[in-house]
Design a protein around this ligand. Sequence first.
Ligand code: FAD
Length: 497
Amino acid sequence: PSGAHVPALVIGTGYGGAVAALRLAQAGVDVHMIEMGMAWDTPGSDGKIFCNTREPDYRSYWLRTRTKAPLNYFLGFPIDRDIPRHTGILDAEEFGGITVYQGRGVGGGSLVNGGMAVTPRRENFGAVLPSVNPDEMYNVYYPRANAELGVGVIDPAWFDSTACYQYARVGRKHAQRSGFPFVFVPDVYDWDYMKQEAAGAVPKSALAGEILYGNNHGKKSLQQTYLARARATGRVAVSPLHKVTSVAPASGGRYTVVIEQLSTTGAVTATKTVTADRVFFAAGSVGTSKLLVKLKATGALPGLNGEVGRGWGDNGNVMCGRANHMWDPTGALQSSIPCCGIDNWAAGGAFAEVAPLPTGIETYASFYLSITNNPNRAQFSWNAAAGRVDLNWQAAWKQPSITMAKTIFDKINSKEGTIYRTDLFGVYKIWGDHLTYHPLGGAVLNKATDNYGRLTAYPGLYVIDGALIPGNTSVNPFVTITALAERNIEKIIATDL
Ligand code: FAD
């Protein structure tokens, strides 16, 4: 309620926020989590909490009247459709040069993502988080994060035989015939559950095309892991459909936090003001960066340093498809959970996930999401005239990613005698270079904050999410976000409380 006081307020319920809440609560601190998205704990009239990629409805998008599917064309036809405006689960947030996809709801990105849980190769870690000791990460915090998240790897024997990974076996064959290292990629999806889906023994999720708009079964999102354990402490409260708009110093070393309550059509139904001893910014790379940049520019937190808003990257995301020969069908049934990748990071700067195209029909297409070593970094800035935060990423800044992805796919195409698909992102458009799933940075560790996420000008304010990571993790990011949050909160609890 308005006027309340909380010892620790956490903005956002994604990976960083969930780690902070659990560890603070275990240390005896009462925590209140503020989440702008919905709780996602109540079924709709169809009995399901989440909708399917094949039938996106009001639950699919955050306050849009038309879907904005990442893969927005098929056979050259646009596939987006009208939907009612609703506080749906996936935000396709548009900046000048890039669309940034993010999860909205209790669980943040864990609700919508593919669950690929990848620890960077140790030799790449120095570039991922240069100010962090790799020994402590690889000995303590990565193992802790992987254990809490419930990370597991597909049974290789099942992979070799199940129809739903035909597409991935084609991906493996083509990678290996061109001499690229092929790797299995761990995931938080329950692999035993998926086997039972394939056997027809349980309700289907991964095998029914569920992904992007939530999984009704099988996937261990933060709701099942960190957040469940946090709630079980009895010290963590969560307020969904509440959005933090301001944090400013109050008397006694406390902070005043202004929060808007939202309706499911996005209207502000109430504005509340609470005080907190400590505030953890865990609104995601974009959410945290936008808040900090606005609060610095508008005078609420003028002492934030000049690094705030800088160092934002897209993890080098770029997508593409290849058209296979008729003797290389990829299967009408495709598990929506990716399980393998092509690692050409060292030689070509690209790590490509062999991704599903769960359309339900045979497409003879191989589809890939590449993570590349794109060096471009963008900056958030306050646009006073428009009253919003802008990001100066340029569409052309994806070119290095395309060049790096081509080190893999030009070679495979030449070896296989195949071509790129030109019908998945527009008419005669090969590259999905307009988007990212992996926003990182904007409040970079040891630059905008100290080496543990403290906003040192304001004792008691912390950043604890993907905003800390300077733009690239060389693989999918959430394990690194989780492990870094584990490292930082341990230090904060030990020294600041
Ligand atoms: P988030 O998880 O984004 O959580 C931030 C939360 O804060 C959100 O719930 C948001 O609604 C809330 N919030 C924002 N602003 C406010 C505010 N002002 N007030 C209150 N609440 C606010 N990563 C992987 O590692 N593997 C994958 O397979 C993978 N697949 C992906 C697929 C898709 C489609 C997408 C979109 C992402 C994927 N990712 C994947 C990326 C991963 O989900 C993110 O990197 C991760 O969720 C970021 O964690 P975070 O804690 O920084 O923030």
